[in-house]
Design a protein around this ligand. Structure first.
Ligand SMILES: Cc1cc2nc3c(=O)[nH]c(=O)nc-3n(C[C@H](O)[C@H](O)[C@H](O)COP(=O)(O)O)c2cc1C
Length: 131
């Protein structure tokens, strides 16, 4: 199992319709390819966590990196992992846009049995999304 997470910034000119289309393709593709994780969008910034088979993620992330709808991609993690953290979160892959949904994810992380490094890392990234 492999995990990739990154932050990025939306490109100027990407409107709501384009975003909604992106979110729905993301959800359906990821469910189909058994990719779990989450995509957050708030105040012009994306934060995404992907979990899945190494080869699947490698090719998916190649596509994502070349997507013209965002820029300034900052990779946080790109590594092997023992288990999926998001397997049971909202069945598979989730797209979260409201502060309320992001707060719920924080609660889920707080209550899950993550190692403290994992939960500290996710919580610290979620913090600015909740301001
Ligand atoms: C911030 C961001 C995150 C994305 N995340 C995913 C994703 O998790 N899964 C996915 O299939 N596409 C994702 N996409 C969209 C892909 O870049 C691509 O448009 C989509 O997979 C369709 O690719 P295709 O035209 O090669 O089939 C994301 C795009 C952006 C800008």
């Amino acid at each position: 199992m492999h995990t990739i997470s990154y932050l990025s910034r939306i490109k100027k000119g990407v409107d709501n319709d384009a975003l909604n289309e992106l979110f729905s393709i993301t959800k359906s593709n990821n469910d189909r390819y058994n990719v779990t994780g989450t995509l957050l969008f708030s105040e012009g910034f994306f934060f995404q966590i992907l979990e899945g088979q190494r080869d699947v993620l490698k090719s998916l992330f190649h596509t994502i990196q070349h997507d013209a709808r965002h820029e300034d991609i900052l990779i946080i993690k790109n590594q092997l992992t023992t288990k999926r953290l998001f397997k049971d979160y909202r069945t598979g892959f989730s797209v979260l846009q409201s502060k309320e949904e992001i707060m719920n994810l924080k609660k889920y992380i707080d209550h899950s049995q993550l190692t403290s490094t994992n939960s500290t890392y996710i919580t610290s990234i979620l913090e600015p999304f909740l301001l």
